[in-house]
Design a binder for this molecule. Sequence first.
Ligand code: CTP
Ligand code: CA
Length: 225
Amino acid sequence: QPNQTVSQDLKGRRILITAGPTFEDLDPVRFLGNRSTGKMGIALAEAAAARGAGVELILGPTHLSTTAANITTTPVRSAREMHAAALQRWPECTDAILCAAVADYRPETVATDKIKKKDGELTLSLVRNPDIAAELGNNKLADQRVVGFALETENGVENARKKLLRKNLDFIVLNSPRTAGAAFGHDTNQIQLIDRNKVTAFELKTKREVADDILDRLAADKPTP
Ligand code: CTP
Ligand code: CA
């Protein structure tokens, strides 16, 4: 049940959230993955739903999940599955927050049988995955908002702003894996919100509090009815 003390400032909004890693299969037993757990995206989904939004959560492979009301979870495995699920739901959504750590590349072919060890080295051939954020950002209507994430190890603000422009995002959330207690697997995160004109820095906080800071910015930017 909605907590009556929480403002319902996202009522009427339908928010698409991608979260977690993607797994790119190599053969029936092996895949390429990454360290994302989906914690930040799930915190965003729960915070948005608590503030009155309907949430479409597209969740990559993780042991985490949510049973909160008003969140529809679509589990996916690969970047291509996540891309297809996101495109399918995007027309009914007012906002998208692309929190997933999407693999940039996938193996060119998926072996039907387990790859056997041979003498010498093995070279993998990788091909590019679709960019979900760029596709939604560059195909949004005037009343749709698209928010991205950037995890940078160097030149954070500069790299994040390049992504903001390239993907036509409304704002981007920069977090650094080098900040103690932030990003992958932690319960806390430290972010900067970056748009075309300004950079706003926040303290190290719980992921739920970080989620609310991100949603405050989104709530302030109301789509025109
Ligand atoms: N993203 C996405 N689909 C992809 C790659 C990234 O939706 N195939 C989204 C991420 O969810 C994030 C934003 O784009 O919101 C930035 O992701 P990031 O990996 O930092 O940017 P890239 O453009 O992939 O650049 P690079 O990895 O080279 O830094
Ligand atoms: Ca990437």
